[in-house]
Ligand binder design. Structure first.
Ligand code: HEC
Ligand code: HEC
Length: 220
């Protein structure tokens, strides 16, 4: 119990620091002004081969962007642009991102947010589903794993104001690899990544598989 409280307190510290001195909040107008989805649609031609024309990727290993909140998308694109978040496939579009203005990147984020995320189908494995839903909804206090619902919401829609990503329907392969990347601290762009690193370090491979399967199949 005590360690769990320490855990919660360290979260609030992370959030306080983040609220006050995030380098990216400077790029972002206070109160977060929305981008122009129409303009954004003209800027995403090179993204379609992997993320799909409507932001629904075909490969399980590539993230869907459709319906994701603008703030999260904007922040992640800035991390890729700055070389803080690295991925071999995304590398090919970094020079392109570097040629864009912040307002263009916001328009791209607005475009993907305006698209509809296609649903996913969880594997029908009772034990895996049970483990995934228990962890997602209630966490595991003994292992200092908080409930994912606290930030990503019960149906996995995330929190668009806070910029917490939506997870419902997301690709299983991507969910698995990105949770492992937080666990190994390879995914470390920005202060918010620390939150997920501290959670993922307590997840076993099996728990990650169970969570990915559950989140992929989540819907309202
Ligand atoms: C060659 C394939 C490919 C292309 C082209 C590509 N992406 Fe990606 N993108 C990926 C992969 C793979 C990832 C997952 C990276 C990781 O695991 O860290 C990703 C991640 C992202 C993310 C983060 C998603 C999340 O949930 O955190 C965003 C945003 C994104 N891409 C936007 C774009 C945009 C905008 C373009 C076009 C300018 C683009 N991508 C072009 C493959 C690609
Ligand atoms: C205290 C709030 C909080 C809690 C609790 C939380 N998350 Fe997160 N999560 C975040 C934030 C913030 C991000 C974005 C981090 C970044 O910028 O890299 C994130 C990102 C993610 C991502 C990456 C999404 C993407 O598109 O790349 C996954 C997957 C994820 N969380 C899964 C989980 C799971 C599973 C749990 C429960 C075991 C959980 N989260 C609990 C705040 C939280």
């Amino acid at each position: 119990m005590k360690s769990f409280l320490v855990f919660i307190v360290s979260f609030s510290i992370i959030f306080t620091i983040n609220a006050e001195d995030s380098s990216h909040s400077e790029d972002m107008p206070h109160g977060f002004k929305s981008g122009d989805a129409q303009k954004g649609s003209a800027l995403v031609g090179v993204c379609a081969s992997c993320h799909g024309a409507d932001g629904n990727s075909i490969s399980s290993d590539w993230p869907k962007l459709a319906g994701q909140n603008q703030r999260y998308l904007y922040e992640q694109l800035q991390y890729f642009k700055a070389g803080e978040r690295n991925n071999a496939l995304m590398m090919s579009v970094v020079p392109y991102l570097q040629s864009l203005q912040d307002s263009d990147i916001l328009d791209i984020a607005a475009f993907y947010e305006s698209q509809v995320m296609s649903g996913g189908q969880a594997k029908d494995d009772e034990e895996l589903l049970e483990m995934g839903s228990m962890l997602y909804r209630f966490g595991n206090m003994k292992k200092a794993i908080p409930a994912c619902t606290a930030c990503h919401s019960v149906y996995g829609n995330g929190n668009s104001l806070a910029g917490f990503p939506a997870l419902a329907g997301q690709q299983v392969g991507y969910l698995t690899s990105t949770l492992k990347a937080y666990r190994s601290k390879e995914r470390n762009a920005g202060e918010q990544a620390l939150v997920m690193q501290s959670i993922a370090q307590n997840l076993s491979d099996e728990e990650i598989d169970a969570l990915a399967n559950y989140m992929h199949g989540l819907y309202k």
